[in-house]
Every structure is written in C-alpha cells, then in structure tokens.
Design a protein. Structure first.
Length: 77
C-alpha cells in the first residue's frame, strides 16, 4: 500500500520568484498569486480550484505558509 499524499502541492518560494505547483506529482507551472494558482489548477482540470486552496486534504503548502507569494524585506509589510 502506498502512502496517501495531497493531490496539490504548492512548493516553497522559488529563487526566481513565485512558487512551483504540482498536481498529482506533475508540474503544472509557477504561480505568483492565488489567482495564478487557481488558473494553473483549472488548466490541470480542477474546475473548483478556488474553493479548495485552504483545504489541507487537497492542498499542501510547503515552506512558507498559505498564500505567501514573495519574501518581505525588513522594511516591507
């Protein structure tokens, strides 16, 4: 029996900016915002993607927390 994994993984911040996204182990692109993420997930066939972003059974946010798309410097909010 194989271990169960979340079907969507949002990876840690990439050096070039944004976060790489995989669906069922397949790379689907680089997202720079929640809107980008929803677009990528819809393109991958997940039509109700915008309602699943906060479901830990479907989306695993690695590294930075959910909805974090860039690092902030000491003077940035």
């Amino acid at each position: 029996m194989t271990a169960w994994h979340t079907p969507i993984v949002v990876h840690p911040l990439a050096p070039e900016g944004g976060r790489h996204v995989t669906v069922r182990g397949q790379a689907v692109g680089l997202a720079h915002s929640d809107q980008d993420l929803v677009r990528l997930l819809r393109s991958a066939g997940l039509g109700e993607a915008d309602t699943t972003l906060d479901d830990p059974h479907l989306v695993e946010w690695r590294g930075e927390g959910p909805h974090v798309w860039r690092t902030t410097g000491p003077d940035e909010p």
